[in-house]
Design a protein around this ligand. Structure first.
Ligand code: SF4
Ligand code: SF4
Length: 172
């Protein structure tokens, strides 16, 4: 008896509660600024070429196999302007299949790819949204300017305060 009444009371309270869901895309809930969006390619402005050498590591590791790339001999290396012997010639990501996992970023040894903030690039056509090299680099350079991004090797290591240093024990 009491159980039934408790159940009815709970149903009544839930009926009066404001909805916690939003009618997307008319309503949008706030998203954290550190969210991961779709991947993009980074531009080495010191040399004037992409960081990507089309080494294929990210393409092999991508769990949804939504990336493809081709490499070519780097003309800037032949002119002595770049240390990269090979450079990306074409690159494509099928955005409809990307699951925003970030594995491509983790496995890249050249700081060539990062996750953007962009999450709303879907279409109503299956496999209808593909980003080519030009678009991936455009998005990457825009984000580099906005965020002051630097490759890992140019980033300063985190400073350790005197207290943190005091805690480091000498090896015995
Ligand atoms: S983004 Fe990185 S891992 Fe992927 S092909 Fe380019 S250099 Fe290789
Ligand atoms: S974020 Fe994940 S699914 Fe998307 S391209 Fe990178 S590895 Fe593939």
């Amino acid at each position: 008896m009491f159980g039934n009444l408790k159940g009815l009371l709970m149903t009544f309270k839930t009926t009066l509660r404001k909805p916690v869901t939003a009618q997307y895309p008319k309503e949008r809930l706030p998203i954290e600024p550190r969210r991961m969006g779709f991947p993009m390619l980074m531009w080495d402005k010191n040399v004037g070429e992409p960081y990507c050498t089309a080494c294929m590591v990210c393409i092999r590791e991508c769990p949804t196999q939504c990336m493809s790339a081709n490499m070519k001999d780097n003309p800037l290396q032949a002119e002595g302007k770049s240390a990269r012997r090979k450079i990306v010639e074409s690159f494509e990501i099928n955005i409809g299949r990307c699951i925003l996992c970030g594995i491509c970023v983790d496995v890249c040894n050249f700081d060539a790819i990062e996750m953007s903030y962009e999450t709303e690039l879907s279409t109503f056509v299956r496999n209808g949204r593909r980003m080519d090299l030009r678009e991936l680099l455009e998005r990457g350079t825009g984000w580099q300017e906005q965020s002051g991004w630097k490759p890992k090797k140019e980033r300063q290591p985190a400073k350790r305060g005197p207290e943190a240093e005091a805690k480091v024990e000498e090896p015995t």
